[in-house]
Design a protein around this ligand. Structure first.
Ligand code: ADP
Ligand code: MG
Length: 649
C-alpha cells in the first residue's frame, strides 16, 4: 500500500531525512497547530500534484487562518471536479525557509535504481539542473555528479553560504540506504527539499512502490580470455574479392600466430590452403574462429569448431535478429553459452588486436597498432573511424564490433581492455544499453580513461509522469549523468572517440598562429575545456623576439603576424619546441594573401619536433594541398577550431 504524506514523513525520518513538524486533520475537524507560519495541503490519493489544483495554502499565521485555508482548498478542488470523501484529509506543516532543492529516485529500465538530485521547486522540469547517480554509487561518484550541477555552488560557500558538499552527499547516501532496504520503491520524489540554515528538510514527499522490473543478467564466470589468440580459423575465407570472407582473409595475413582458412570449395588463397571443412584443419586447438558464411551454416559449423576446442568466436555473418531471425540467434547464443565460448556478433565488422597483429575485420587492412581500444555497436561507424584514423596516423590497441551483441558487450570488454597493457584508453560507441549496472560496475573498476558516445539520444522516457523524477528519467540526460558520475568522458562528436584519447593528458598548450582572431577563438575553446595556455617567460619571449617581427604581441597565442611564410613558422616552432612544461602545440594556418599552407606543414616532416604539433588548416580550398599533404604523411590536423576544441574533453 502506498503511504500517505504523513506516513511517508515518518518513513523518511527513519533514514535521517528531516521533515517539518506536521499534523493531519480531517475534512472538518477542529484545527489546533502551534508552529506558525504554517501550510495546509490536501492529502488525498485523488491528487498527485497538489498545487496544480489549488491544494496548497502557504503562509498561514493562526488556527483560524488554517481553517480558512482548508475551506479555500475544498473550493479550489471543486473547481477541478474533485469531491472529497471521508478517506481524504489535510496535512498541516510548519513553513520552512530556504532554497528549493530536490531529491528523487526512479527504478529505471537501463540502470535499476537511480537517484536524482538538483534544483527543485515547481520549475524543476524547466531548469533541469539535476545530477544522476546509481543507487550503489561511491562517495567519489556522488561528488563528481554533484559538481556537474549549478546548485553545487550552494555547498561551496556561494554568497556566504555555510553549507558543505557533505550535506548533499549524506542526503544521497540516506536515499541509497533506503533503496537498499526497500527494493520495491519504484519512484520517490522529495520536491522541494529546503536548504535551511540548519540543513536539508523535505517539505513534500511522494512515493510509488511495486514489483521492480529491472533485473541484471547472470554474469558468466570463468570465461576464456578473448584477447588470447594463437590458432585462428577463418571460416568462409573467400577467393571472391567482393565477399566479406575475402577481406577478412586478406586483413588477417599479418597475424603472428597460426592462421587456417576454410572454404568448402577448397583450393588456395594468399598462399594458404583452403580446407574444405573445419574437420580438415590440421590443428586440434583452434582458439578463435571468424565466421563469414551464410547464416544457415553458422550453427553446424560452430558445432564442428567446438570439437576443435573453440574458445572465441567472431560471427561476421548477418541474417539473424536484425533481419527477423531471432530464434536462430538465440539458439546460437545458447550453444556458445553451453560450451563457455566468447562471441561477438552476429552481424559484426569483426575484431582487431594489435599485440598479435590480428585483423579479423572486413574494414580496412590499414590498421596501425596504437594505444586506444575502440568498441562500437555500429560496424559502419567502426569502419569509418578505422579508415579515418589510418589517414591521420592514429593506431589502435583493439577494435571490436559487437554487432547484435548476443554475448559479449561493452561491459565484458572494458575489464579485458583494462587488463591489456597495450591499451591506454577506451573509446565506446553505443546505441542502446541494457544491463546498465554491469556497465557501471565495469567502468567503476576500470583504471583507464573511458570515452563514450551514445546515439539514439531522443529515446522517449518510458515512464508515465507520476512524479518529477519520472519526467526527468529514462532519457539521454540520465544516461549521460550516470556516465559522468562514473568519470566517463561523454563526447558529442564521433571523431572525438579516436582523437580525444590522444589529447587527454595535454594540459598546457601553446598556439602559434598567423592571425589574432583564430588564436582568441582557440584560446576560448581551450579554457572552456579546462586546459591552460602555456605562459611565456621573459626569456621565452626574448628568444621569440629574435625570429618574429617587432610587432608580435609577446604572449601566447604566439601571433607570428599575417605575412608569416614557411620559415617564420619553422623558426617559431623550433623555439617553442624547446620550452619546458609544455604538452601540445597548435599551429593555426589561416589563409591570407601571402600564406604558404603547404610549405608551412612540410616543416612537420622536415623537422623532428619533440612536442606534438597539430596544424589547424582554416579555410576553404586554399588549404586543400596542405590537407592532402598531411593525409599522405599521416599528420594529424584539424580543418577548423571547433573540431580541435571538441577533441579536448
Ligand atoms: P505539490 O508539489 O504537490 O504541488 P508541495 O507540497 O510541494 O505540493 O507544495 C507546493 C509548494 O509550496 C512547494 O514547491 C513549496 O514551494 C511550497 N511549500 C510547501 N510546503 C512548504 C513548507 N512546509 N515550507 C515552505 N514552503 C512549502
Ligand atoms: Mg512538491
Amino acid at each position: 500500500m502506498d503511504m500517505n504524506e504523513s506516513q511517508l514523513y515518518e518513513f523518511l525520518g527513519k533514514y535521517g531525512i528531516r521533515t517539518p513538524k506536521t499534523t493531519s486533520v480531517g475534512l472538518d475537524s477542529k484545527i489546533s497547530f502551534d508552529k506558525f507560519p504554517a501550510v495546509i495541503k490536501i492529502q488525498s490519493p485523488k491528487v498527485v500534484h497538489k498545487s496544480d489544483v489549488g491544494g496548497v495554502v502557504l503562509n498561514l499565521r493562526s488556527n483560524e487562518d488554517l481553517e480558512r485555508g482548508r475551506k479555500e482548498i475544498i473550493e479550489n478542488l471543486k473547481k477541478h471536479n474533485i469531491t472529497l470523501d471521508s478517506k481524504d484529509g489535510f496535512i498541516i506543516t510548519e513553513m520552512v525557509d530556504g532554497e528549493e532543492l530536490y531529491i528523487g529516485c526512479v527504478e529505471d529500465n537501463t540502470f535499476g535504481h537511480v537517484i536524482l538530485f538538483g534544483k527543485g521547486g515547481i520549475y524543476l522540469e524547466l531548469y533541469k539542473d539535476v545530477c544522476y547517480v546509481v543507487s550503489d554509487a561511491t562517495e567519489d561518484e556522488i561528488i563528481r555528479a554533484l559538481n556537474t550541477t549549478k546548485i553545487a555552488k550552494l555547498f561551496e560557500g556561494f554568497r556566504g553560504s555555510s553549507h558543505t558538499i557533505k550535506e548533499a552527499v549524506s542526503l544521497i547516501q540516506s536515499v541509497q540506504k533506503m533503496l537498499k532496504e526497500n527494493d520495491d520503491i519504484l519512484e520517490l520524489d522529495l520536491n522541494p527539499l529546503k536548504l535551511t540554515a540548519s540543513g536539508l528538510v523535505a517539505v513534500d514527499a511522494r512515493i510509488k512502490r511495486g514489483a521492480k522490473t529491472y533485473h541484471e543478467d547472470m554474469k558468466r564466470e570463468n570465461r576464456p580470455n578473448f584477447l588470447d589468440n594463437k590458432n585462428v580459423a577463418i571460416i568462409g575465407a573467400s577467393t571472391e574479392p567482393d565477399k566479406a570472407g575475402y577481406a577478412v582473409a586478406k586483413n588477417a595475413l599479418n597475424f603472428t600466430g597460426n592462421l587456417y582458412y576454410v572454404n568448402a570449395k577448397g583450393g588456395k588463397l594468399f598462399g594458404h590452403t583452403l580446407y574444405k571443412s573445419v574437420d580438415e584443419i590440421p590443428c586440434d586447438n583452434i582458439d578463435t574462429a571468424a565466421i563469414a558464411i551464410p547464416a544457415k551454416f553458422v550453427i553446424p559449423t560452430v558445432q564442428q569448431l567446438i570439437k576443435k576446442g573453440l574458445k572465441n568466436l567472431v560471427v561476421i555473418t548477418a541474417g539473424f535478429k536484425e533481419s527477423g531471425h531471432a530464434a536462430e540467434e538465440e539458439e546460437l547464443a545458447r550453444l556458445i553459452e553451453k560450451h563457455n565460448i566468447n562471441a561477438i556478433g552476429p552481424n559484426c565488422l569483426g575484431f582487431y588486436s594489435s599485440e598479435t597483429h590480428l585483423n579479423l575485420t572486413f574494414g580496412t587492412d590499414h590498421v596501425k597498432p596504437g594505444s586506444v581500444s575502440f568498441l562500437s555497436q555500429s560496424g559502419a561507424i567502426l569502419a569509418a573511424q578505422m579508415d579515418r584514423a589510418y589517414e591521420l596516423g592514429i593506431g589502435f590497441s583493439h577494435l571490436v564490433s559487437v554487432g547484435n551483441a548476443m554475448d559479449l558487450r561493452t561491459a565484458e570488454f572494458i575489464p579485458m581492455f583494462n587488463a591489456a597493457p597495450e591499451c591506454k584508453a577506451i573509446s565506446v560507441y553505443v546505441e542502446g544499453v541494457n544491463r546498465g549496472r554491469s556497465l557501471c560496475n565495469a567502468i567503476r573498476a576500470c583504471k583507464k580513461p573511458v570515452f563514450l558516445f551514445k546515439s539514439a539520444k531522443s529515446e522517449a522516457s518510458a515512464k508515465a509522469a507520476f512524479s518529477h523524477t519520472g519526467n526527468l528519467s529514462g532519457n539521454y540526460a540520465m544516461f549521460e549523468g550516470v556516465m559522468q558520475s562514473l568519470g566517463v568522458n561523454v563526447v558529442d562528436n564521433l571523431d572525438a572517440l579516436i582523437l580525444a584519447p590522444l589529447f587527454k593528458d595535454d594540459k598546457k598548450i601553446a598556439i602559434i598562429t598567423n592571425a589574432g582572431g583564430p588564436g582568441t577563438v582557440l584560446t576560448d575553446g581551450i579554457t572552456a575545456r579546462g586546459r591552460e595556455l602555456f605562459e611565456l617567460s621573459e626569456e621565452d619571449k626574448k628568444k621569440l623576439d629574435a625570429v618574429l617581427p617587432a610587432v608580435w604581441p609577446r604572449s601566447n597565442p604566439i601571433d607570428i603576424i599575417g605575412d608569416a611564410l614557411k620559415d617564420r613558422y619553422e623558426n617559431a616552432l623550433k623555439i617553442v619546441d624547446e620550452f619546458e612544461g609544455l604538452d601540445l602545440i597548435y599551429m593555426i594556418i589561416s589563409p591570407q594573401d601571402m600564406t604558404d599552407p603547404l610549405g608551412s606543414v612540410e616543416i612537420l616532416v622536415e623537422n623532428k619536433f619533440k612536442h606534438k604539433v597539430v596544424p589547424i588548416l582554416m579555410g576553404g580550398s586554399t588549404m586543400d594541398e596542405a590537407r592532402r599533404y598531411c593525409l599522405k604523411n599521416k599528420i594529424l590536423y584539424f580543418d577548423n577550431i571547433v573540431d580541435a576544441r571538441d577533441t579536448l574533453c
